[in-house]
Structure formats: structure tokens, C-alpha cells
Write a protein that binds this ligand. Structure first.
Ligand code: CAA
Length: 389
């Protein structure tokens, strides 16, 4: 039986900052970000958006025109959850009006957890092909103003519907994983911004890629030349370039040419370059970027690498379906990226520094541009969500 992606969409905040603005503020050359990190724009959430509203917006788009009664499970993957106890997915379940017998849970492992969700979903659907699983990956990447990580922030959500009707992509059974207890990036409960050992995190990412690839090979995976494209977890798009050259060297014992790297990666980097890091959603935003922007990929095998600091990594693969284009909202995705408002540094830092009081007293988020759902504020320690007009 084939199991895979029946629907796939994303949502990003309606505001962004150009990395030229950040560079100017820091007296640095824009080339450091545009070329050195491969990042041009960074999506910035307004005070009335969070991981719940972004995920609900992505899901509403992915499920448009679909019958939702067969969704038996909702898996919410995030690093930036809004509650230590209640799963963010329960708010989404309510906003979308999903059926009451659909189980909901939140998954955490830095940027990796949506891939764990994917593996769980594949098993659930294989067990009962009539059920569908909705995976939501939603994150706000925060390192802090004027930190080394600041230019690699971002925000957004991806929604994936996994079923036995894989109209977009079928996943292959083999995968390769790697786990190591490392402190490259983490966020203690008392901090809103991640702590990171940046240079070390890049090294560990590359080590985890090699280890996951070796495990994928040991588990009967496909060889390098059987893939036409590769998608990597994208903390910044230049990371994919580093990763792919590293993997190429491991496999071929010589450097890949610039042309080979470009041919394997380019279309998958476009959206990430304009959005920034979306942690758990990054790899899958890259996959959407590839499917939306490459010319016909039907029947082609894609290599996918997921990495979550701390760390867990996984290499896996899938084959693109015939006529997959008909099941994507490529025009809607481009429109979403296009219809955004640029922020200057002052407006960006105001959004960044906005906080609700932590005593639970009534506090409104204010009205900004959002999608179909918004976070109106807090009352009595409870988060209030609503549909927009
Ligand atoms: N023109 C062109 N390139 C330039 C330039 C210019 N004017 N100025 C500098 N550069 C290049 C540098 O040579 C460098 O290139 P190399 O990587 O090839 O050496 C690149 O721009 C970046 O410059 P620096 O290394 O000096 O940048 P930095 O010290 O500010 O740190 C960073 C970069 C470590 C990625 C930092 O942004 C950071 O800590 N980010 C957060 C952590 C992160 O994203 N880690 C990724 C792996 S972990 C992961 O993937 C999980 C996750 O999502 C967090």
C-alpha cells in the first residue's frame, strides 16, 4: 500500500523585515546575510499571531474543499508551544471544527518533531488505510535582538495531510536516524529566546547528516544518484549548500560541482530565503518550494533530511506523484509571499518586544494583518482565539 502526502500547504505572517535593514542597523554588509547566509527576508509575526493561528491558517488552506471526517489524528509539532500542558493542536481542532473523535497531541524535539509526526502518521495510516492524519508544524524562531542568531529568525507553519491517497508524494519505507546528546541549540523553560552555540550547531548538523545517511544506507535506502533533488532542514539556505557538498564528498570522495549543487537544491531554497527559519516547518517549506517551482517532477525521487538540535536527525525519501501540481496551491503560496508588508527596524523591534503580562490579567494583542484566524489576547490566564471577518 502507498502512503504519503494527500495535501500540503503553508502559512506565513503578513509582515517581514529585509535583512538589508538588519545589516544597516549593525553596520555590516548586506552580503553577509544575502550571500553568506543565503537569506534575504525574514517573516515577522504580529502580536495577534502565534503558532496556533499560523497552524490553523496553514491547515485551512491545505484542507480546502476536503472532507475532514476521516482525520483521525492531529499531530502538532513545535518548538514554540504556547502552554506547558495543553496541546496547541486542541485550539486548532476547535478553530477548524474537526470531528470530536480525532486524537490530538503535541510533539517536541527542536526542528525535528514534524518528521517524528510523519513517521507516526505513516504507521497509523498503514494500520488503517481509511484514516487520515493531519500534521501541523508551526514555529516562531527567536534568538533576540542584536544576537548572532538574529538574522536567522523567522516564523510560519506547514500543514500536511497523510493518507493512503498520496496525490502529491509517496514516502519510501527506508529511513536513517541519528541521535546524540549535544548542546548546540536549546531553550530552557524560563527563556523565550533560544540559546545557541552557532558554529558548533553547524558542525553537529553536518555530522548528524553523515551519520543519518550512513544509517539510511544500512537500512536499504536508495543511493545518491537515484535522487534528482534534495531538501534539507533550512535554518538559513546556505546551510543546505554546506550540507549537500558535505554529503556529496562523503558519497563520491570528491567535491560536487557548483552546477550539480544548484541542480539538486535551487528551487527548494526559494521560499526559505524569503521567510527565514521556521524550525519544525523548515524542511517541509523547502519541499513545498521545490514542488511549486521546479518543472515537472512526477515520478522523481527526492531525498529529505530533517535535523533538530539537541540532536535528532533523519534521512528519508519519497517519490513525486503523477499530476501532483493539480493538488498544490502554488499560486496561493506565491501570493502569500508577495502580499506582505515590509517593516522598518523600529516596527520589527516593537513586534518583537511585545509581551502580555504574566499575571494572567486581561490583555489585548491589538489588530494587525492576519489570515483567517487570530489570537485576540489573554484573559484569566487563558489564550483567546477567533476567526477574522
Ligand atoms: N559577503 C559574503 N559573505 C560574507 C560576507 C560578505 N560581506 N561577510 C561574511 N560572509 C560569510 C562568512 O564568510 C560566512 O561564510 P562561511 O559559512 O562560508 O564561513 C557566512 O557569511 C556567515 O558569517 P559568520 O560565520 O561570520 O556569521 P556569524 O558569526 O554571524 O554566525 C551563524 C552565523 C552561526 C549561522 C549564526 O547566524 C547563528 O548562530 N545562527 C543560529 C544557529 C543556526 O542557525 N545553526 C544552524 C545549524 S543548527 C540547526 O539547523 C537547527 C536550527 O534550526 C537552529
Amino acid at each position: 500500500m502507498r502512503v504519503g502526502l494527500e495535501a500540503l500547504s503553508f502559512y506565513i505572517p503578513r509582515y517581514y523585515i529585509d535583512l538589508k535593514t538588519i545589516a544597516a542597523r549593525r553596520n555590516e554588509e548586506a552580503g553577509k546575510y544575502y550571500i553568506g547566509l543565503g537569506q534575504e527576508k525574514m517573516a515577522i509575526p504580529a502580536p495577534d499571531e502565534d503558532v496556533v493561528t499560523m497552524a490553523a491558517n496553514a491547515a485551512a488552506q491545505a484542507l480546502q474543499g476536503k472532507e475532514t471526517s476521516s482525520i483521525s489524528t492531529l499531530l502538532f509539532a513545535t518548538e514554540s508551544g504556547v502552554d506547558q500542558s495543553k496541546a496547541a493542536g486542541i485550539y486548532v481542532h476547535s478553530l477548524l471544527g474537526l470531528q470530536p473523535n480525532c486524537r490530538v497531541v503535541e510533539l517536541k524535539q527542536a526542528c525535528y518533531s514534524a518528521t517524528a509526526g510523519l513517521q507516526l502518521a505513516l504507521a497509523l495510516v498503514a494500520q488503517n488505510p481509511k484514516q487520515k492524519v493531519l500534521i501541523l508544524a508551526s514555529d516562531i524562531a527567536r534568538y533576540g535582538l542584536n544576537t548572532a542568531g538574529e538574522p536567522t529568525q523567522g516564523a510560519g507553519a506547514v500543514a500536511m495531510l497523510i493518507s493512503s491517497q498520496p496525490d502529491i508524494l509517496t514516502f519510501d519505507p527506508a529511513s536513517g536516524t541519528y541521535v546524540e546528546d549535544v548542546m548546540d541549540f536549546w531553550r530552557p523553560n524560563y527563556l523565550e529566546e533560544a540559546l545557541v552555540d552557532g558554529k558548533y550547531s553547524v558542525k553537529i548538523y553536518l555530522k548528524a547528516l553523515a551519520e543519518a545517511w550512513n544509517n539510511y544506507q544500512a537500512n536499504g535506502g536508495f543511493s545518491f544518484h537515484e535522487f534528482t533533488r534534495f531538501c534539507y532542514h533550512l535554518p538559513f539556505t546556505r546551510m543546505a549548500d554546506k550540507a549537500h557538498r558535505h554529503l556529496g564528498k562523503l558519497v563520491h570522495e570528491q567535491d560536487l560541482s557548483d552546477e550539480q549543487v544548484k541542480a539538486h537544491l535551487e528551487e527548494g531554497l526559494r521560499y526559505g530565503r524569503s521567510v527565514g527559519n521556521v524550525y519544525s516547518a523548515s524542511l517541509y517549506l523547502g519541499l513545498i518550494s521545490l514542488l511549486d517551482n521546479a518543472s515537472d517532477l512526477a515520478g522523481q525521487r527526492l531525498g529529505l533530511f530533517s535535523y533538530g538540535s539537541g540532536c535528532v536527525a533523519e534521512f528519508f525519501s519519497g517519490v513525486v506523484a503523477e499530476n501532483y501540481q493539480q493538488h498544490l496551491d502554488s499560486e496561493g503560496h506565491r501570493q502569500l509571499l508577495h502580499d506582505r508588508e515590509e517593516l522598518d527596524y523600529e516596527a520589527y523591534s516593537r513586534f518583537f518586544l511585545f509581551h502580555h503580562p504574566v499575571d494572567g490579567s486581561e490583555s489585548l494583542a491589538g489588530h494587525f494583518k492576519t489570515g483567517k484566524f487570530r489570537f485576540s489576547g489573554v484573559n484569566n490566564h487563558q489564550r483567546i482565539y477567533e476567526k477574522t471577518a
